[in-house]
Each structure stands twice: as C-alpha cells, then as structure tokens.
Write a protein of this length. Structure first.
Length: 288
C-alpha cells in the first residue's frame, strides 16, 4: 500500500518512518487545530455543548459530536511555557519516537528535562522542578465532518488538513498499572502489518472525565480504527503527506539552527572563560 515513488524526492516508504506513520511498535505555515469545546457559551451568548469538536482559525466555528480523521504524521515534542511572561520559552524538534534526540532552541535536550529513566528515579519534589516542561503528541491529518455553528448554520469540512495536539491524559496516563496511551492503544497498536497510519480513516469521539470532587472536568479524544478497512493512498492524500512532511522539516530546521547556534555560542563562551581562568591563575602566581 505504500510503494508509491515519485520524482520530487519523496518516497512513501521512507516518509512512513520519518513521519511516525509506520505501524512498527516502537514556525512556518500553521494548520488549524482540531480541539474539543470547553466553553458553555460563545461570545454572543449562544449555548455550546461541552466536548464537541471544532477547528480553530475558521471564518465560522462549526461544532460536531464526532469527526472522521485520516492521520498523516505522528510526532512528539517537548516545550517549556513561561507562565509569568505568558509565552513559549523553549521547544524541541518534532521527533517520531523517543529514540531520537530532542534538540531544543536553547542548545539543550528536552528543554533541560531529564530522560524518563532519570525522572522516574527522582522524588515527587525533585520532579516539580521540571513541571513547566511538557511533552505533547502532535498528530497531523485530514479531518472530515458536517458541523453546525452556534446559530444553526451547517458547515461541511472534507479532508481539511489540521493538527491534533494531545497533552495530559490525551497523551499518556500514568496509574498503578503502568502508563496508558489512548492513541497508541486505539490506533497505532491496531494497524495491521504492512500498512501505515495514512491507510486508515479513524472515527473520533470525546469522553468526559471529572475529578473526584467534581470540580474539574476534561475531555479525551477516543479513537476507533477498523483494521479490515484500509484505504488507498490517492494523489490528493499523497500531496497532503508531502505538504505535512515539508512543514515538519521546515519547523525542525528552524529549531536545529537555533540549537547549533546556541551550542556554538556556549562553546565560544566556555573557551573564553577557560582562557580567562588560565590568565587569572598566572597573574595570581606572579603576585604571590
């Protein structure tokens, strides 16, 4: 299903690994985000249903209780948000697996967050130091649904490129039984051998959750994949895969440039400090 090779330098078999689309276990143009609604009313006072899906950055916001989604890429990214200044302070490249090196714009890895093994060995108090550094799962794909605006107007989306940003329990959920990932369990682990994510259209609904005292609520994306219903990669879908690949490559190139510039600056600074240290030591010996 993924043997399509074209002359513009992209090969679907190679892209499957780079884009995190393979079923193996293991800032530039912006796409609209597919999100769940957390507001009771809109700006005009119209009643809204909690947990319904909608797309950001649209002329008209239309809501739907379920959507169809064809994933084209899958990546992880670390980011650090400065709450005081209300801005993103640091972020890494987008990597298709945790085996890759998460270089960030400040010349460090994972925005300074230790790896999973080191974090697990820390106490809860020690881990708080890194609480502002989050890992998110970025899934880009094509969304289709018929939604309605708050005042009842119908809006149709057909294979519109978008981004799904999965954080918190939408990404990983830790418990006494271990770590659970909805997207892995409901999508990636279900894909049959020989196929990639983009060979399937997923059904997506949302599920409401409440804290024990009922004061906090959130919604999770719930995914369904029929392993017996693979879809061919048409030219339109292929073009979208290439577009997303170029988008991710461009964003990662920006991060990498900042990373290596920072590494170079740190090296120059360290060299200057080392030289200064030698001079100071020699001067001290002369005075003595």
């Amino acid at each position: 299903m993924t043997d399509l090779i074209v002359a513009d330098g992209f090969n679907l078999n190679e892209l499957a690994s780079e884009m995190g689309a393979s079923a193996e276990k293991q800032q530039s143009a912006r796409l609209p985000r597919l999100v769940t609604n957390r507001r009771i009313k809109d700006e005009s006072g119209n009643r809204l249903e909690l947990g319904e899906f909608y797309l950001t950055d649209q002329d008209k916001t239309a809501y739907a209780s379920s959507v169809k989604f064809r994933p084209l890429s899958h990546h992880f990214q670390y980011s650090q948000y400065n709450q005081d200044e209300k801005k993103m302070e640091n972020w890494t490249i987008q990597a298709s697996s945790f085996r890759e090196e998460f270089r960030d714009v400040k010349g460090t890895l994972r925005c300074g967050r230790p790896d999973g093994k080191a974090m697990k060995a820390m106490t809860a108090e020690q881990r708080k130091k890194y609480s502002d550094i989050k890992n998110v799962r970025l899934v880009r794909g094509l969304v289709s649904f018929v939604g309605k605006t708050a005042d009842g107007e119908e809006v149709t989306y057909d294979n519109l490129p978008c981004l799904v940003k999965l954080s918190g329990q939408n990404n990983f959920q830790a418990s006494d039984k271990g770590v659970y990932s909805r997207f892995d369990s409901q999508v990636r682990d279900v894909i049959p051998r020989g196929f990639d994510m983009w060979n399937f259209e997923l059904g997506v609904t949302s599920k409401e959750h409440f804290s024990e005292d009922g004061s906090v609520f959130w919604h999770t994306f719930e995914w369904s994949l029929d392993p017996k219903a693979p879809m061919a990669v048409t030219q339109d879908v292929y073009d979208s895969i290439v577009y997303v690949a170029e988008l991710v490559r461009a964003e990662n190139a920006v991060v990498d440039k900042s990373y290596f510039d920072a590494i170079k600056e740190q090296s120059v600074f360290q060299g200057a400090m080392d030289a200064l240290g030698d001079d100071l030591e020699a001067d001290f010996e002369d005075v003595a």
